[in-house]
Design a protein around this ligand. Structure first.
Ligand SMILES: Cc1cc2nc3c(=O)[nH]c(=O)nc-3n(C[C@H](O)[C@H](O)[C@H](O)COP(=O)(O)OP(=O)(O)OC[C@H]3O[C@@H](n4cnc5c(N)ncnc54)[C@H](O)[C@@H]3O)c2cc1C
Length: 598
């Protein structure tokens, strides 16, 4: 079993120096989020994550969730941990006060959610899916639905799910077939009966909560074909009685649980609607506007999955570091035994893990801060700018952090040598658990397509130009920081120039080569991740150097931050050049081969 210690120092450093927590605390909506509150929240969340959730992670991997008599039984210990989570008020942290939330910033939720996911991805998926359902209902539900369901979901007393996928409809939601038939309820209001099957539904059923509130995409009978004929529905596991309490079981049931590569503690359900009388469903928003409702949640949901990439990388890094400090192998010229951490190649692996994990943290928290400013900024211009930055960064956070988590968790296996391949150490679990992250909530291919088409081509590179200008400003700060950070400055400037070249080429090719953006998109997304990560590590190095001058400076931490940024500049940022060369390759290289030649 692997031990988890929340990286509280780095969290606070990133909150204040990269994400500029102070600027979020100055927003009218977040006046209550004093530094004392921030400190207390982070400290208390760490306690729950470290002591109660993290110790369950490997047991949940071994036991998994079970389907017993048509009902999902969570992995051992999860129900107690979930009860502690709800009793501690953690579910409602960043929800709006009008629905019973605590109204704290998304930026503060970022380290807290990181800790839940690092402790156990499988466990934290349940509140994560509930958060998506809450967002959909609060933005698009009518007053009656909100009154009946929202508060219980906000407190975590009831869980939520998201039902999109069907066997023939994964990425292509336009093919969804689940039907909703309108009818008049006993009280004269309109409701629907739902029929169909959904697959791959995370935490689709369980008894950790008294009710499970499903948000389901389906097609009303007679609605247009395709994406614009989809509507969003709320389908409770238990219908509410006259007192608003869970009563009769609705006609929605888990049919089976998937046997899968990782996240065994998270039940992935095949769900059936309408095997008997039809599942009672309530419309959320308007008919045929389901996709618009889903778009509302997309940024937040994709940020969360990017954050999962950060979280699992942190867990893998902590484990790899502990193993490398301990494992004795070989000896030096004097015959003294060496621990593997003393070998340069092992240090290289640990630094690849550490530096990219810290870059991910900076990227995720910065994006969360921009979300707060986009939602609550006082000035409309500032709100629009923050939203443009969020829209640009979301596919990068989702795509790059999750792809990089594959590398980091794989490096952890490598640091362990043969023991990494043996389940007993737990290194393999992190590697297996991470594998889903590049797939759900839009595959990396879909993030890459979104990045080049909607985020770069649609505004002719304008949001990216503003980001590149900010990177150039950091280069100027690095110059002022003197010789110590000169190599970081050079690497960052080169990275920025390569990214600029790929974007210019993309825009240039848009009219002439229809396949270019598809062929180049993945490499451009990875290039953006590497460069933005390098930018934020460089900012961290500048801030660390400034803080070192303070009388009570934490020298060990700050010097480590600078050395980690220097490593990233030397070993990770140069990857931007390779990505550029691939992005500039003609699309023929990808498309000329015939299907039968593949
Ligand atoms: C463990 C797990 C949990 C999940 N949880 C949920 C959940 O809670 N709710 C839910 O609704 N769904 C859930 N999903 C489903 C998940 O979101 C889908 O699996 C994912 O969106 C991909 O769809 P697909 O599996 O049909 O793959 P496909 O869409 O068939 O994709 C296969 C490959 O083709 C590529 N591809 C497809 N279309 C395009 C395109 N237009 N352009 C370029 N490339 C393309 C993809 O990138 C991918 O590499 C879950 C899945 C798993 C495995």
């Amino acid at each position: 079993m692997t031990v988890y210690a929340a990286p509280i120092k780095d969290m606070h450093f990133v909150l204040s120096h990269i994400a500029n927590m102070q600027s979020v605390q100055e927003l009218q909506a977040y006046q209550e989020a004093s530094q004392d509150i921030v400190n207390a929240v982070v400290e208390e969340a760490a306690r729950l994550a470290e002591t109660q959730i993290a110790p369950l992670n490997s047991g949940a991997d071994a036991a998994g969730a079970q389907l017993v008599d048509g009902s999902v039984k969570p992995s051992p210990g999860f129900t107690d941990a979930y009860n502690s989570y709800v009793e501690g008020g953690w579910a409602s942290l960043s929800y709006a006060p009008e629905y019973g939330g605590q109204g704290l910033p998304d930026l503060l939720a970022a380290p807290v959610e990181e800790m839940w996911h690092t402790a156990s991805l499988a466990f934290a998926l349940c509140p994560m899916l509930t958060a998506s359902a809450v967002l959909a209902l609060s933005k698009h539900g009518n007053d009656s639905l909100k009154e009946q369901y929202l508060e219980k979901m906000v407190t975590g007393e009831w869980a939520g799910t998201m039902h999109l996928t069907e066997p023939q409809a994964g990425t292509d939601l336009a093919s969804i077939k689940t039907r909703a038939v309108p009818e008049t309820a006993a009280d004269g209001s309109q409701q629907y009966r739902m029929y169909g099957q959904k697959i791959f539904i995370t935490w689709g059923d369980h008894d950790m909560t008294d009710n499970v509130v499903h948000m389901v995409l389906a097609r009303v009978d007679g609605a247009p074909e395709g994406i614009h004929g989809l509507s969003l529905f709320l389908v409770p596991k238990f219908l509410l009685d006259d007192n608003g309490k869970p009563g009769t079981r609705n006609d929605v049931h888990p049919l089976s649980l998937e046997h899968k590569l990782g996240i065994h503690g998270s039940p992935t359900c095949v769900m059936s609607f309408g095997d008997n009388d039809g599942a009672v469903a309530y419309l959320v928003g308007e008919e045929n506007q389901g996709i618009r409702c889903m778009f509302t949640m997309m940024n937040k949901a994709r940020l969360e999955v990017g954050l999962q990439g950060l979280a699992i990388s942190e867990r893998a890094y902590q484990q790899g570091r502990a193993y490398a400090m301990d494992r004795v192998q070989g000896s030096n010229a004097q015959g003294e035994k060496l621990r593997i951490v003393e070998f340069a190649d092992v240090r290289r692996m640990l630094l690849l893990m550490k530096s990219q994990t810290e870059a991910m943290r900076a990227m995720v928290y910065l994006t969360a801060a921009e979300i707060d400013k986009a939602n609550h900024g006082e000035d409309p211009q500032a709100r629009a700018e923050a939203q443009a930055r969020v829209d640009l960064l979301i596919p990068v956070v989702k795509g790059w952090c999750t792809e990089t988590s594959q590398e980091v968790t794989s490096l952890n296996v490598q640091v362990h040598g043969g023991m990494g391949f043996i389940e007993e150490t737990g290194a393999a679990q992190h590697y297996r658990d991470a594998r889903i992250l590049t797939i759900y909530e839009g595959t990396t291919g879909i993030q890459a397509g979104d990045f080049v088409k909607r985020k770069l081509l649609r505004d002719n590179g304008s949001a990216m130009t503003s980001l590149l200008q900010d990177i150039a400003s950091t280069e100027a700060e690095l110059t002022e920081s003197g010789d110590a950070l000169a190599a970081v400055r050079t690497a960052l400037a080169e990275g920025r120039e390569t990214l600029q070249a790929s974007v210019d080429h993309l825009i240039q090719q848009a009219g002439s080569d229809a396949d270019h953006h598809g062929a180049a998109s993945f490499n451009m997304l990875m290039q953006a991740g590497v460069v933005v990560g390098g930018w934020l590590m460089a900012k961290a190095a500048v801030a660390a150097q400034r803080d070192l001058a303070g009388a009570d400076a934490d020298r060990d931490f700050l010097e480590a931050k600078i050395k980690t940024a220097q490593f990233y500049a030397a070993h990770v940022l140069p990857r931007a050049e390779s990505y550029k060369r691939i992005a500039l390759a003609p699309s023929d290289v990808v498309m000329a081969i015939q299907e039968e030649q593949l």
